[in-house]
Design a protein around this ligand. Structure first.
Ligand SMILES: [Zn+2]
Length: 458
C-alpha cells in the first residue's frame, strides 16, 4: 500500500492508479532562459524518487517532462516581457539558441543527479497546434473570450477555480491590489494566447485564427499533458511555487475543455532555501550544480543530502550539510567496497522495512536510516548485505555499484606499502612520517579492519 500526500485534498491518500500497474505522470519542466539552480535540482530529484518508488513497487511509469521555451512573461499577471526574448536580447543571441543552450545544460544536470530519463521530453514550441486547438474548444464552450490583445480564460465561468490552491475568486477579490488591465473582463482572467503588438517583431511568434502571437504560459502544460497521458491522468508534479497560478489555471483550462477530472494526485515538494533564505535574484544567492562542483562536491553528494530530508519540509541548503553528506556517502561506498562479492540474496526483513518507509509518502530519511542499520548489522551475511544495498539503490540512485575505484599513482602506492611495513614492525614514528608525506601529495590513508585504503583528498 502506497500513501501519498495530495495537494488537492490536503491529506495523505492511498495511491490508486487509473490502470492497474501503469502510472501516467506529468512533470512541469524548467523555463529555459537561464541556468537551472539547486531549487530545480531539489524538485526534480523528488519527482525522480517518486517515480523510482513506484517502479520499485512494480508500476510501469510513463513520465512526461515539458520544457517551457516560449511565452513565459516576467509578470504572472500576463504583462511584462517574455523571459525568453528578454534573455536573448541581454545575451545578444537568437532566442532559439538561448533555449537550446540551457536545455542542454539542464539535461546534463539531470544525468549528473542520476535522474531517470522521462519517457517523453517535449518542448512547448513543438506543440503550438495542440494549444491552438485547445483554445478553440474553450472559446466554443464559452470559457474564453477574444480581445484586442489576445484570448483570455474567464475565471468566473469555472466554478471550481481555487480548489487546488485555495485561491477562489472570492478570496482573490478580497485580498488583491487590483491591477486594471483594459483588455480583461476581470483582473483574475488569464491569457491563453497573446497577440504580437502592432509594430513589434518578435523572434518567436506563430499564426493563429486570431492573428500572429504566442501562447500564454499555462496552456502548454494542459495541451501537452493531455496529448501524451489522456484527459485524466494519475500524477502531476511541480514546485510549490507552481501551485498558483500555474497549476490552478491548468485545472481550469483542462476541466473546462473536457468536462472531466484533470489529475488525481498533485505532488509538490516544498521550497529550497539557501542558508535560511529564499533564493532570489535580488539576494544573488542562486547556486547551480557547477557552483557546488567548484567547491569539490558532486551532484551525487547533493542527491544524498536531499535524501536526508522529507519533501514536504522546506529544505535548507548549507555547505556544511553538504560536506557532512559527502562524508557519509563516502562511508557508504567504503563499506560497500569492502563487502564480499558473490551470489547474495536480498534480505527480506530489511527490504520490508525499506519499503514501508518509502511507501509512506516517500519517507526517505527513514529509508536512509534503514540503509545505515543494514550497513552496521554484523549478523547479515556480507553477500546478502551487498545484494540488499544494490536493491535499495534502485530507489536511492546513489550509484553504489558503479562508483569507480580511484587510480592511485605508483609513488603513493609505494609510500603506503612502506608505511604498512613500518607499522607491522611497530615503527610508529617513521610510519607517521610517511603518512604525512602521502598527505602532502594530496592523498590520505584510512586504516580499516581490512587494511589501509588510499583516497584522494577532495
Ligand atoms: Zn507546467
Amino acid at each position: 500500500m502506497i500513501k501519498l500526500y495530495n495537494t488537492l485534498s490536503r491529506k495523505k491518500e492511498i495511491f490508486k492508479p487509473i490502470k492497474d500497474k501503469k502510472v501516467g505522470m506529468y512533470t512541469c519542466g524548467p523555463t529555459v532562459y537561464d541556468y537551472d539552480h539547486l531549487g530545480h535540482a531539489w524538485t526534480y530529484t523528488q519527482a525522480d524518487l517518486l517515480r523510482r518508488m513506484l517502479e520499485y513497487n512494480g508500476y510501469k511509469i510513463k513520465q512526461v517532462l515539458n520544457i517551457t521555451d516560449v511565452g513565459h512573461l516576467t509578470d504572472d499577471s500576463d504583462s511584462g516581457e517574455d523571459k525568453m526574448e528578454k534573455s536573448a536580447k541581454e545575451k545578444k543571441k537568437n532566442v532559439f539558441e538561448i533555449a537550446d543552450y540551457y536545455i542542454k545544460i539542464y539535461l546534463e544536470n539531470r544525468k549528473k543527479l542520476n535522474l531517470e530519463e522521462p519517457e517523453i521530453i517535449c518542448r512547448a514550441t513543438d506543440h503550438i497546434k495542440e494549444m491552438i486547438d485547445l483554445i478553440k474548444i474553450l472559446i466554443k464552450k464559452g470559457y474564453a473570450y477574444e480581445t484586442e490583445d489576445g484570448i483570455y480564460f474567464e475565471v468566473k465561468k469555472f466554478p471550481f477555480y481555487g480548489k487546488l490552491s485555495g485561491n477562489t475568486l472570492k478570496k482573490l477579490k478580497a485580498g488583491a491590489r487590483i491591477e486594471i488591465n483594459p483588455y480583461k473582463k476581470s483582473p483574475f482572467d488569464f491569457a491563453l494566447w497573446k497577440l504580437t503588438p502592432k509594430g513589434v517583431k518578435r523572434q518567436m511568434e506563430w499564426d493563429s485564427p486570431w492573428g500572429k502571437g504566442f501562447p500564454g504560459w499555462h496552456i502548454e502544460c494542459s495541451a501537452m499533458s493531455m496529448k501524451y497521458l489522456g484527459k485524466t491522468f494519475d500524477i502531476h508534479t511541480g514546485g510549490e511555487d507552481n501551485i498558483f497560478p500555474h497549476h490552478e489555471s491548468e485545472i481550469a483550462q483542462s476541466e473546462a475543455a473536457t468536462g472531466k477530472k484533470f489529475v488525481n494526485y498533485w505532488f509538490h515538494p516544498r521550497f529550497l532555501k539557501i542558508n535560511g533564505q529564499k533564493m532570489s535574484k535580488s539576494l544573488k544567492n542562486f547556486l547551480t550544480l557547477s557552483d557546488i562542483e567548484k567547491e569539490g562536491f558532486s551532484a551525487i553528494d547533493l542527491r544524498y543530502l536531499f535524501l536526508t530530508s522529507h519533501y514536504k519540509s522546506p529544505f535548507n541548503f548549507t555547505f556544511k550539510k553538504l560536506k557532512n553528506a559527502q562524508i557519509s556517502l563516502n562511508k557508504i561506498y567504503e563499506n560497500f567496497s569492502l563487502l564480499k562479492e558473490g551470489k547474495g540474496e536480498i534480505d527480506k526483513k530489511y527490504k520490508k522495512e525499506f519499503l514501508n518507509a518509502i511507501n509512506d509518502d516517500l519517507n526517505m530519511p527513514k529509508a536512509i536510516s534503514v540503509l545505515w542499520k543494514l550497513i552496521k548489522d554484523k549478523k547479515i551475511k556480507e553477500e546478502n548485505k551487498r545484494a540488499t544495498l544494490i536493491d535499495f539503490d534502485k530507489v536511492l540512485g546513489l550509484n553504489i555499484e558503479k562508483i569507480e575505484k580511484e587510480i592511485i599513482p605508483p609513488l603513493i602506492e609505494d609510500l603506503a606499502y612502506q608505511r604498512e611495513k613500518l607499522r607491522k614492525e611497530k615503527k610508529w614514528e617513521e610510519a607517521d612520517k610517511l603518512r604525512k608525506e602521502i598527505e602532502k601529495n594530496g592523498y590520505r590513508i584510512d586504516d580499516t579492519k581490512k587494511g589501509p585504503i588510499i583516497k584522494k583528498i577532495k
